[in-house]
Ligand binder design. Structure first.
Ligand SMILES: *Cc1c(COP(=O)(O)O)cnc(C)c1O
Length: 592
């Protein structure tokens, strides 16, 4: 158990500083942070915890985990955050119907808009409740000039703030979270977060020597790891820029949709800073001929990934059955849910991406409105619509590209056949074993396929390390030579023939990294990956950039984001001629 907590501690301190707190506890998820808050408060069977039904299910599950009862209260129609006016009736109902003593409020800052915290605290004071902020969406956010994460400092009830660093969140460590509270509560949570170990007793060289520790409660294993902390610190530095970009995009949407009468735009109060995690529209379905679900499907068929946040928790089978909830029990949440559509929003989106979304949405509205003219913007017809053969042009481009891929791949395979034979022979002579190596990668529309490579590592090499530094002992002598000239990738010409890859396109990645950058890949993988593209060319010596100790950290925090930027940039403007040029440049780079 002799961990090096250095990076985690540093991340906690940097994060605390960022949100204006004195200290913070890094944990494995926001769900863990919420759970720890309830544990620290000693909430358990017989207790009730108020929360909004319009949230992610894990924020309700934690109440079940401690054996308490979720007490749903409806949201207010503007921000869709908990409605303070609904709390007193919910507390009374919990008492009367289930005999539950309500002990805490979980306030979900939905989409990144802080709840009305002053009003919530007023009720908390009156009824002796703690407040737990679910700030999974709200980083960075402000309420009346104060950072979300610093509210506990002026609070007069026990106060906890929980952040999420899940892959899709505003700051990500792939999985992770942070808990903030005053020192006393945080100490309690810290104990629950790591096996119930007493931190003071768990100092090396205590009375029992290096191995002594005391267990004070049956705690959980909720710690963040070093590599995640390293990612987190890196992300934290970029957070202000990310946030500025999110706000810009949200406002670009707001401006574009302002005149669409069939849309209800997200609410943004004046005394708050919105973290813009999610841009959620509400459709005025009474003015549309298509349903919300059809609307989302049709956006999907235009390659726009829209979604719904969230299916209200009280509608899920478990809660419905256990507590007999009816949809209409929380009419505002339920009514909103039926009309919600979240549009893509992430800092890597270019203005052009945002405009594509706007164009698709407005086109759909125009096609799907009850009476012509009811909806609004008079969108300027796009070039594609007025151009000749507009609808057949993309189909022709597709056929051309496929033709280009197949012709070039066949030609290259034919020309390279002697080289393939020599390489196969060398691999066999070097250490026997199979000539080829298959690795699962994420392809078009996130479908997994196997990329084909010449084997460059010793047989049965540990493939756990996904990255390979310049000098890796698993790489054979022949392998080193193949990698140096990138010959190991040549068999992917067969992937191209099979239609799983293009010649020119973003490199296919392993699932683990795709899930870290899901938003970017959602754009890139509308198309099959490729053997080469400008990002591949720019980073063709990437193995040399790796320092073995910080391999993954460096790849994920520096190299991959940059590659994705280049790939996305290229994918937007690629055409037949530019593809041919990239291919030519790649061949030049190979023979040089
Ligand atoms: C994502 C999310 C969570 C859970 O966060 P994890 O870090 O994945 O546990 C909780 N609440 C809300 C509102 C979320 O969106």
């Amino acid at each position: 158990m002799d961990h090096d907590w250095g990076k985690v501690k540093r991340f906690e301190q940097e994060f605390a500083l960022f949100v204006g707190a004195e200290d913070a506890l890094a944990v494995s998820s926001c769900t863990a942070a919420l759970h720890l808050s309830l544990l620290a408060l000693g909430i358990g069977p017989g207790d009730g915890v108020i929360t909004s039904p319009l949230t992610f299910c894990s924020g309700v599950h934690v109440i079940e985990h401690v054996g308490a009862r979720p007490v749903f209260a409806d949201v207010e129609p503007g921000t869709l955050g908990l409605d303070p006016a609904g709390l007193e009736p919910a507390i009374r109902r919990a008492k009367r119907e289930f005999g539950a003593r309500v002990k805490a409020i979980i306030a979900v800052h939905l989409y990144g808009h802080p709840c009305d915290l002053d009003a919530l605290q007023q009720v908390a004071v009156d009824h002796n409740l703690a407040i737990i902020e679910d700030a999974a969406h709200c980083l960075p956010g402000k309420y009346k000039g104060r950072m979300i994460g610093s509210m506990y400092r002026s609070a007069i009830v026990p106060w906890f703030t929980c952040f999420s660093f899940y892959a899709t969140k505003n700051l990500t460590t792939a999985e992770g979270g942070m808990l903030i509270a005053n020192e006393e509560w945080l100490e309690m949570a810290r104990r629950w977060a790591l096996h119930g170990l007493d931190r003071d007793a768990w100092k090396r060289y205590g009375p029992e020597g290096a191995w002594g520790y005391e267990v004070l409660c049956p705690g959980f294993k909720y710690n963040l790891t070093d590599i995640q902390a390293a990612l987190g610190m890196h992300q934290l530095r970029k957070l202000p820029d990310f946030h500025a970009r999110r706000r810009q995009i949200a406002h670009r949407y707001n401006t574009a949709f302002a005149r669409c009468r069939a849309l209800e735009l997200p609410v943004e109060h004046e005394d708050i800073e919105h973290a813009w995690h999610i841009y959620a529209l509400r459709l005025k379905t009474d003015q549309l001929t298509i349903s919300r679900n059809q609307f989302i499907d049709q956006l999907g068929s235009r390659n726009i990934g829209a979604s719904v946040h969230f299916i209200p928790a009280h509608l899920h089978a478990f809660y419905r059955k256990k507590y007999g909830n009816r949809p209409d029990d929380f009419p505002i949440a339920y009514g909103a849910y039926q009309r919600l559509v979240s549009l893509p929003l992430f800092p890597g989106m270019q203005d052009q991406d945002v405009d594509d979304v706007v164009e698709s949405v407005t086109k759909l509205l125009n096609a799907g409105t009850c009476a012509p003219g009811l909806h609004t913007p008079d969108p300027v017809p796009s070039q594609a619509e007025i151009g000749p053969n507009a609808s057949t042009a993309p189909a022709i481009a597709k056929v051309l590209r496929r033709g280009f891929d197949v012709t070039c791949a066949m030609l290259l395979l034919f020309l390279l056949a002697p080289l393939f034979a020599v390489i196969a022979l060398l691999i066999k002579l070097n250490n026997g074993g199979p000539v080829f190596y298959l690795q699962p990668r994420v392809g078009k529309n996130f479908k997994i396929f196997s990329v084909l490579k010449f084997r460059t590592m010793v047989r049965g090499a540990d493939q756990k390390g996904l990255l390979t530094p310049g000098h890796d002992s698993r790489v054979t002598r022949v392998g080193r030579f193949l990698r140096k000239f990138r010959f190991d990738e040549l068999p992917q010409l067969i992937n191209v023939l099979k239609g799983e890859m293009h010649l020119v396109g973003a490199r296919p990645e392993v699932e683990r990294y795709v899930s870290l950058f899901r938003e970017q890949y959602a754009l890139l993988l509308r198309d099959a990956p490729g053997m080469t593209d400008p990002a591949t060319l720019a980073f063709r010596h990437e193995a040399d950039l790796f320092k073995a100790e910080t391999l993954e950290e460096q790849y994920v925090s520096e190299i991959l984001p940059r590659k994705l930027e280049l790939s996305l940039d290229y994918s937007r403007k690629r055409c037949f001629a530019s593809d041919a040029l990239v291919l030519f440049r790649t061949i030049l780079a190979l023979v040089n």
